[in-house]
Ligand binder design. Structure first.
Ligand code: UDP
Ligand code: MG
Length: 318
């Protein structure tokens, strides 16, 4: 089988030499064992890096055709870079595995993923069996994220990041998801097909810094929920219903106060009510506005990425 690895890279010059060395070793071993074809490739997607990442990818490609590079015209974020890579290679491979450049996800799980593929699974999710090596902060925020997603009714695979194998057929199906707000962990389960999981231990980032600071993590979680679930709207609607019920009680109460002649006294109460309702309304408008913003973006049908260059075997013939 022809297996492609797709690796998004954003300012990864610190990890690329080691990553490419380890991956080449792994790939060579897999080829020698006859598990994957000699035409398998490792594809780095440069997500508009500001450092030497793309130069390094070009050098890797020049030195060994096992490596390929896809260069995006600017930074579009992890999810878009991944999609760009997968969609570029989907017609050339039998299956593609996506993984991070820092190799925090154990590359030895590739063997098992390939075995599962050969058993007929079209989507194989890599699942983290333990996060001991993550910082306490990363671990708790990440696990909170998975729990929140579930509570919001988004179907995701617990403790699965974007380390997964997808068959050509699954990739083909994925290509038909035309959304601009891309949250692959939520979309891939919607693609369907026979799927399974493979577990591994998550390691440390061996060099460089995380490209997901807190700000990006929060916006990623927010994106995930609002692009996959309408539950927030329903929660706002429920809150509106509850507030309305409370206002009926207040109406009866204030009528009783009125008819018994204690009118001025209720001023504090009124002032508080106005503020509380105003707050709830603003909150509701904010959430609805978020969805309208998404509808607006979707109707534009903007391309998710623009590829400026694709280094593949054809380049060499020129
Ligand atoms: N990444 C990317 N574009 C971005 C941010 C990140 O392509 O705008 C890539 C990054 O190079 C890495 C992967 O996404 O290969 C995951 O990033 P990182 O390892 O920093 O995230 P963490 O493991 O801390 O969640
Ligand atoms: Mg990482």
């Amino acid at each position: 089988m022809t297996l492609y690895l797709v690796i998004p890279c954003y300012n990864e010059e610190a990890v690329l030499p080691e990553t490419s060395r380890r991956l080449k070793e792994k790939y060579t071993a897999l080829m020698e064992a006859g598990k994957i074809g000699r035409d398998s490739r490792i594809v780095f997607v440069n997500d508009g890096s500001k450092d030497k990442t793309w130069d390094m990818i070009c050098d890797l490609h020049a030195a060994d055709p096992m490596f390929r590079g896809v260069c995006l015209s600017r930074n579009r974020g992890h999810q878009n870079a991944l999609m760009a890579g997968l969609m570029t290679v989907r017609e050339e491979c039998d299956a593609a595995i996506s993984m991070d450049a820092d190799l925090q996800d154990d590359i030895n799980a590739i063997d098992e993923m390939v075995d599962r593929y050969n058993q007929g699974y079209e989507v194989v999710y890599g699942v983290r069996s333990s996060r001991k090596k993550d910082t306490f902060f990363k671990r708790t925020t990440a696990q909170g994220f998975y729990k929140l997603m579930r509570a919001m009714g988004v179907e995701t695979v617990y403790n699965h990041a974007d380390y997964r194998l997808m068959s050509r057929r699954a990739l083909e199906a994925l290509s038909r998801f035309d959304e601009v707000n891309l949250f692959l962990r939520g979309i891939v389960p919607l693609v369907g097909f026979k799927s399974t999981t493979v577990s591994y231990e998550r390691g440390e980032r061996f060099a460089g810094e995380s490209k997901y600071p807190l700000k990006k993590m929060v916006s990623f979680a927010f994106e995930g929920i609002t692009s996959m679930s309408v539950k927030p709207i329903r929660m706002i609607a429920a809150l509106g219903g509850a507030v309305f019920a409370v206002s009926l009680v207040i109406l009866i109460y204030s009528l009783i106060r009125h008819f018994t002649g204690h009118t001025v006294e209720g001023w504090t109460f009124l002032a508080v009510s106005i503020w509380a309702l105003g707050g709830v309304q603003l909150l509701a408008i904010g959430v609805i506005g978020e969805y309208i913003g998404k509808i607006y973006l979707e109707t534009k049908h903007r391309p998710k990425y623009v590829i400026s260059q694709y280094l593949n075997d054809e380049n060499e013939k020129e």
